[in-house]
Design a protein around this ligand. Sequence first.
Ligand SMILES: Nc1ncnc2c1ncn2[C@@H]1O[C@H](COP(=O)(O)OP(=O)(O)OP(=O)(O)O)[C@@H](O)[C@H]1O
Ligand code: SF4
Ligand SMILES: [Mg+2]
Length: 670
Amino acid sequence: MNSESSERPTPVNHDAEIDSLFGPESLLGHAVGSFRPRLAQTEMAKAIARAIGSQETLIAEAGTGTGKTFAYLVPSLLWGGKVIISTGTKNLQDQLYLRDIPSVRKALSAPVSVALLKGRANYVCHFHLERTLQNGRLTSREDVGYLREISRFMKTTSSGDKAELSRVPETATVWSLVTSTRDTCMGAECPYYQDCFVMKARKEAQQADVVVVNHHLFFADLALKDTGIAELLPSANTVIFDEAHQLPETATLFFGDTVSTSQVMELCRDVLAEGLSHARDGADWPATVTTVEKAARDLRLAFPQDVVRLSVNQIAPSSAFFPALETLKDKLDDMIAVLERQAERADTIEQCRVRALELATRLDAWNKPVTEVMIGQESVLWVEAFSSSLQLHRTPLSIAPIFNKQREGSARSWIFTSATLAVKNDFNHYNAQMGLWDELSQSWPSPFDYEKQGILYVPDNLPQPNSLDYTDAVIDAALPVIQAAGGRTFFLCTTIRAVNRTAERLREEFERRNLPFPLMVQGEAGRTELLDRFRAAGNAVLIGSQSFWEGVDVRGDALSLVIIDKLPFSPPDDPVLAARIEALEKKGLNGFMHHQLPAAIINLKQGAGRLIRDEKDKGVLMICDPRLISKPYGRRVWQSLPPFRRTRELAVVCDFFADIAREKVRTLDT
Ligand SMILES: Nc1ncnc2c1ncn2[C@@H]1O[C@H](COP(=O)(O)OP(=O)(O)OP(=O)(O)O)[C@@H](O)[C@H]1O
Ligand code: SF4
Ligand SMILES: [Mg+2]
């Protein structure tokens, strides 16, 4: 694929410029305090500049905290042309857009324009806001208050991004009534099209030199063509994926197909409203809608459990699910017939007809034999029940062929970077998943001296992780360490339940022991805000689950202890995981050793990587899971971590923190 070098430009060599930009007198010193040359960072920046110049693909791995952000920002702002940067989460998008890009741009005086593009659900929609204000079906007083806040916000905002309105929580139900979906957007027919924030954000992204997106948005667009990326991609010269280890998982979500009963319910809601306002005499709208709603509810009720995930093979052939699915399709067809007769009366009714037809087609396709797009591809059919809805998924087992097709023949550079792509310098597992055959892959060693800078502490005498009192035992073991560290702790849990239990216990214990450490819990406030508070406090303890494991950067003293409660294995009841393992086992491979264990190791390395972010950082990584020692695979786990000094003695850990404290006093004295 990379052989048509005749068509590629002759790359200019930027090595000397990079040596000076990342050297001792670096301009970047203005962007970050106590900047010092890091060989891995400099070399990675050179490799990226080369890949950009020759429009090639590069898979670049360098340890956590190395400074990969600058390593790709510098060459892309200077020589990347039109650049799309995609990262793991909306929070990391904000971190890049608000913090890293402005400081690098300023330090380099690079004349580039930058735009932030999120999914459409992040922008208030004039049309739906207006509709909700007029015929609002708000049920709670709280929502009425929020709605007032939102209309006030609309008078002052220039982006319409809901992240700017922190007074209305991100999880408030009212958001779904004042934002659009692909299904409900009126597009060019919309009376508010000229002022639309979604369209504005896309237009800005079109015009900007650098656009910051996230992986969900990127892949949702490749699959659905609805987020503005499809229009951006053709003009992009450089595409950078940070946190690229997440791509196989995210892409899998989107290259599959999902249809849910809540989409049917939303459609019914709109059909009723539009039917009554534009064609009241045309049909018995309430009756038409009610039968479909009942069929959708019955489909959900085929599963008595609150929350369940089952692959289609796990559903008994005698289950009420199969007939209920047929009934829903029939009733939906009846509604489509009604909509067809009334479609001429209003655009909004015609739009409902198109939505209904599409839902019907997708429901139909769900349990039909493999469709054309899926030919040659194994996929797994599964259902996921939530308290009041049911989702039907079709997920491909491998995204390699689909993703590879996206990259084919494009004259642009693709950069994939992360701290965790290779296993012992071997990129095969990752590259095979992504379909990145024969592309240049490189790994650079960490600039940190882990042996001196940190300790891996695995406490003794903890019960098995599946025992009932496990979380409490972890907290008991953690308390003296938190105390020795003087707070300054990330407490990373594998489940939300453990987050809540830990928060409750630590709050009690801190009070009882008179410990002054501010306690911060994921969910109490936005993630960016929690991190700002954590950095400012200097002695805080932050309890978080998965979303704090990756990309988060707290350099310096504010973070000196990372506690991990359990090895982060994926839940074994995940039908997609089960299908992948089955596929491996058919090939004679061990599913645990080839899939679950490597995935857990990547996760663990990411979590552990929050600790050391600078040559001067020191700290303790405490992993509580006894399987690290007792299981045969435990050795493989700790051998994949950075080469910390290891101990099982609390006293060694306390001495280490005491040494750090003495050192600090000494530097303050001098
Ligand atoms: N050469 C440098 N000297 C000193 N500090 C630096 C240097 N380069 C980057 N930094 C700082 O080091 C910290 C880590 O950088 P960054 O977040 O880019 O790491 P990363 O490689 O992306 O790690 P992760 O894989 O965990 O995301 C940041 O606070 C950054 O500002
Ligand atoms: S174009 Fe779509 S998103 Fe924009 S205001 Fe109209 S309905 Fe809302
Ligand atoms: Mg990073």
